[in-house]
Design a protein around this ligand. Structure first.
Ligand SMILES: NC(=O)c1ccc[n+]([C@@H]2O[C@H](COP(=O)([O-])OP(=O)(O)OC[C@H]3O[C@@H](n4cnc5c(N)ncnc54)[C@H](O)[C@@H]3O)[C@@H](O)[C@H]2O)c1
Length: 253
């Protein structure tokens, strides 16, 4: 494998899905997996999966498939998950509490090393054994734990100012839960999580399903004309039946 493969963004986004599926397969006692099996477990198409893994120099063995442990190591290495990364969480309100209390980060390569909040009433509260510290300690904690990734779960009005402080302290990756766009220097990566946007996308799909169902219902209200009837409906002069009947006949299974 090249030292650091130049991967398309879409491939990077799918690697964690493959990793999760591979961990499940390993836990279930599997040692190898075909590309079709892994694609199905990760919920992607197998040609796409083979292409993605070929960027890592992983082609599997014909008739055997991919060695699961080896592939886990390769993906973890590319994603930089071979060491537990220290993460700071800023804003320990409703959402921050839930994130801080989530036990699943550890097994996925992350350790929450600092919990920070501006509200002095929250300072000192322990979540999973880690005390909430005042935001004024941000710079010291980032340096102490070599934190390069931070999560922002503050209200929108505080998010940019928190991001600026994080960046000045040396943080270079931010996961932003506040529903706003952050301005950051080019060397800083920001990913945004907005459940409302995800719901709006699902709303679009619901809207589309409803309108195609309405479309079908409207077509079904047109008197049924089968292909045979269309053929029979040819006018004696040889002219074809009217367009609506023809269309209906085409879509009738
Ligand atoms: N991405 C999503 O899907 C999603 C879902 C729910 C909420 N949110 C967003 O997440 C954020 C948090 O939501 P919540 O319901 O937990 O709010 P919350 O009010 O319960 O918590 C916000 C916390 O941030 C702290 N805070 C405020 N200013 C700060 C600052 N300058 N520095 C450090 N801490 C500061 C507050 O003291 C509070 O504890 C909001 O922006 C909300 O819109 C996003």
């Amino acid at each position: 494998m090249p030292d650091f493969p130049d991967l398309p963004e879409a491939t990077i986004a799918r690697l964690p899905e493959y990793l999760r599926a591979l961990h499940h397969l390993a836990e279930a006692g599997h040692e190898t997996i075909s590309s079709e099996g892994l694609a199905a477990a990760a919920g992607v198409n197998s040609a796409k999966l083979r292409k993605d893994l070929s960027h890592l120099g992983s082609y599997g063995t014909r008739g055997v498939g991919y060695d699961i442990e080896l592939l886990i190591e390769q993906i973890q290495s590319v994603l930089g998950l071979t060491e537990h990364r220290a993460v700071a969480l800023v804003g320990v309100g409703n959402l921050g509490h839930a994130l801080a209390g989530y036990a699943g980060f550890g097994s996925r390569g992350f350790r929450i090393a600092a919990l920070l909040d501006a509200d002095t009433r929250r300072v000192g509260e322990e979540i999973n054994g880690l005390p909430v510290r005042h935001i004024d300690e941000l710079e010291a904690l980032v340096a102490e734990h070599a934190i390069s990734i931070a999560v922002i779960a503050t209200p929108v009005h505080a998010a940019q100012q928190v991001a600026d402080r994080l960046v000045a302290a040396g943080v270079t990756s931010i996961l932003n839960f506040a529903p706003c766009v952050l301005a950051v220097p080019d060397n800083v990566d920001v990913r945004k999580v907005d459940l409302a946007i995800e719901l709006q996308i699902l709303s679009f799909h619901e809207h589309r399903k409803a309108s195609s169902a309405n479309g079908r219902a409207a077509l079904e209200s047109v008197p049924t004309v089968t292909t045979a009837k269309v053929a029979a409906a040819k006018l004696p002069s040889g002219k074809k039946a009217s367009a609506p009947s023809t269309i209906r006949a085409v879509i009738t299974p």
